[in-house]
Write a protein that binds this ligand. Structure first.
Ligand SMILES: [Zn+2]
Length: 681
């Protein structure tokens, strides 16, 4: 039997071969399409049991067959598997696109929504049906024929423009190189950066050191290069990428105007006042105005601290670095020097206190204490010998969920850290299908007989991903469409993950998960205090920078029309005049490289970064009020947020937990943005 078609339990990784992929996917797609055809031929009133449930079953089989393929492609890549993945991905994408455009299915959902049965359905099932209707509408399903043609043309043109935007940015980024021939010009740069630059020059047949605008080359130059002219040259090239200052064919300016205009037209077609409203229709934030108000309030509160950060930096640059005027290309450099002077500590030193076993034991103990659970090593088929598998059980020893840990980097694994679902919780007759998650990271593997050692950043990454994992695993929802993270609003998904990061800054929790790899000592308080101070170093400036981008994004998509006199750059100037304390030079063309919103999925959504920080900090502050290890508050967080999945709006879940709407105070406090700025120095 094809192991991808065995849905009786966990994926059988040892048996899965690239040649299994195509036959399994073909068979499931054929079955699913046949099922949909039967639905459409059946003219009787659709019911949950005859229509939604079999559809969920069919789509679950497809995702459970495809899931391990995508997973293996990400963590155990091989040319054969990649080929199988890339060949079948378009088939899967096409199938889901078909579903989204199938108006007869839309009619079925509408009929179910207005049937007598609907009122008697559970809140979760109602939400699933409502989400379906919303997504069909946002996909243009209700438009009259002529407008639908225009809608599809808009979609097509937008994706073409977005793709050109990122191609231009990439080409412009790759086009620039700077070769330095004198070693004396490169003072301050770390050895590994020089080494890479040297190799890059060799590869290009040049003598000396070659620098580019890609992050691993550009960022260290801005941060460490003592030579100001070098920083200035690199900065100018970076800040003018894909603009009118470069090659005309790579200029993103006209593309940006057109993208914004097309988005506005799309929103109008679908009955929204602007694109910001359209973007928020399926998100937790309610209106563009609400987002803008929220950003402005944060800006106002952070501003005195940002001004203080800047004043300090100017003074330090003047007195210690001999820079009478602080330019944009000096900011990262002076900031790094000031940070070193004030909070120098070595990542290497911190790492010695975080051996893997102590960190995992600390993480598990925290979760066990908060939610009354037990986490125990278990076994399952795995894809690599270093992968481990765990059971989570409740106080009555009932299995709640399971997860894989694949923590170490290796060549066959893509970068980053992420959680993915293997199996999602749902009811099947009188049984509950328990959820299973993959947790993947890219930490250094143990060397010799020493345990793996984690940096504090890596510890936070682990907690973050574990937070996503708990959101998936501790759900109590019984229907797939809104179980775990399914159906959770896009701007609320990071709440449970960022929430977990708070514990990595909680002395009592953190200290308990440290043990010096040689001496066995716990983390010294003085070192922790330095880490904390370094975390909040220049947080005023950093906060205002994020707000500038977020407010610019939302205003551009809600109260701006490129055809009416004002340019995108002028709009950004206005936003900067309102919220920024650092004003870049006139030649800066930041929007031309703002791929998040012109070529990524963040249009009228950039605010979500700060939004999630506010929510998670505010949720955490209830723990701070009642004791961060308080199991009653833990139980409440589990019941109102983790257990609910997407079964109700995230704002309702938040308010049910916090007892009020989200407030920004906790985030300001966590970032050191409270108190008197005069004496805080
Ligand atoms: Zn995340």
């Amino acid at each position: 039997m094809n192991p991808l078609l065995d849905f009786s339990g966990l994926p059988r990784f040892a048996q899965i071969k690239p040649e299994h992929v195509a036959p399994a996917i073909e068979q499931l797609l054929a079955e699913n399409r046949a099922l949909i055809k039967r639905f459409l031929d059946d003219k009787s009133q659709p019911t949950w049991d005859d229509f939604v449930r079999p559809m969920e079953d069919a789509n679950e089989r497809l995702s459970r067959a495809w899931g391990p393929v995508g997973h293996l492609n990400a963590v155990m890549n091989s040319p054969e598997l990649r080929e199988a993945y890339n060949t079948n991905l378009p088939r899967i994408t096409a199938y889901y696109a078909e579903l989204g455009q199938n108006l007869q299915l839309f009619e079925k959902f509408k009929a179910l929504h207005s049937s007598a049965e609907f009122d008697g359905l559970s809140a979760a099932r109602k939400k699933i049906i409502e989400n379906e209707l919303r997504d069909f509408r946002l996909g243009g399903a209700e438009l009259p024929a002529a407008q639908k043609v225009r809608y599809l043309a808009l979609q097509e043109r937008q994706s073409e423009l977005s793709s050109r935007f990122s191609d231009n940015l990439l080409d412009a980024t790759n086009d620039f190189t700077l070769v330095v021939e004198q070693r004396g010009e490169l003072g301050g740069l770390p050895e590994d950066v020089l080494q890479t630059a040297r190799e890059a020059a060799d590869a290009a047949g040049k003598t000396g050191w070659l620098f580019t605008l890609k992050a691993p080359s550009y960022l260290p130059v801005m941060q460490f290069a003592d030579k100001r002219e070098l920083r200035a040259k690199m900065y100018r090239a970076y800040a003018t990428r894909a603009s009118e200052f470069g090659k005309a064919e790579w200029d993103n300016t006209p593309l940006m105007d057109e993208i914004i205009a097309l988005r506005a037209e799309e929103a109008a077609l679908l009955g929204f006042a602007n694109y910001g409203e359209l973007s928020l229709a399926a998100k937790m934030a309610e209106t563009p105005q609400q987002v803008a108000d929220f950003m402005r309030e944060l800006a106002q509160r952070a501003r005195p601290f940002a001004e203080k950060d800047l004043a300090e930096l100017r003074e330090f640059a003047r007195s210690s670095l001999g820079l009478a005027e602080l330019h944009s290309w000096d900011i990262a450099y002076a900031g790094e020097k000031l940070r070193e002077q004030r909070y120098a500590f070595s990542e290497q030193e911190v790492k010695q206190y975080f051996p893997e076993d102590a960190v995992l034991a600390g993480l598990f103990k925290l979760v066990e204490t908060l939610y009354g659970l037990r986490i125990k090593a278990s076994s399952a088929p795995v894809w690599h010998e270093s992968v481990r598998f765990f059971d989570i059980r409740d106080g009555k020893n009932v299995l709640v969920g399971q997860f894989y840990f694949d923590l170490y980097a290796r060549n066959s694994k893509r970068g980053g850290a992420w959680m993915d679902d293997v199996i999602t919780r749902r009811r099947l007759g009188d049984k509950i299908q328990t959820p299973v998650a993959y947790l993947n990271c890219n930490f250094s593997a143990p060397v010799g007989n020493k345990p793996a050692l984690f940096t504090h950043d890596e510890v936070q990454t682990l907690f973050h991903e574990f937070g996503h994992g708990l959101h998936h695993l501790l759900t109590e929802v019984e229907d797939l469409g809104v179980s775990g993270i399914n159906g959770v609003e896009w701007d609320a998904v990071e709440l449970p993950s960022q929430f977990m990061e708070n514990f990595c800054w909680e002395w009592d929790v953190l200290q308990g998960m440290t043990r010096h790899v040689d001496s066995g000592a716990t983390l010294p308080r003085a070192l922790f205090d330095k880490m904390l101070a370094a975390k909040n170093f220049q947080s005023g400036l950093a906060t205002l920078r994020q707000i500038e981008f977020a407010l610019f994004d939302m205003l551009m998509h809600s109260s701006f029309n490129p055809g009416q006199g004002k340019s995108i750059l002028q709009l950004l100037d206005e936003v900067r005049a309102e919220v920024a304390v650092l004003i870049p030079p006139e030649f800066n063309r930041f929007p031309q490289s703002f791929a998040h919103i012109f070529a990524g999925g963040y249009a009228a959504g950039y605010y979500s970064y700060k939004w999630a920080e506010v929510l998670s900090a505010d949720a955490y502050s209830l723990f701070e009020e009642h004791g961060v290890l308080n199991p009653d508050i833990g139980a409440k967080f589990r019941a109102e947020i983790l257990a609910m999945g997407g079964a109700r709006p995230a704002m309702e879940s938040f308010q049910a937990f916090r007892g009020r709407a989200p407030a920004i105070e906790a985030l300001l406090r966590h970032n050191g943005l409270v108190g008197n700025t005069q004496e805080a120095i």
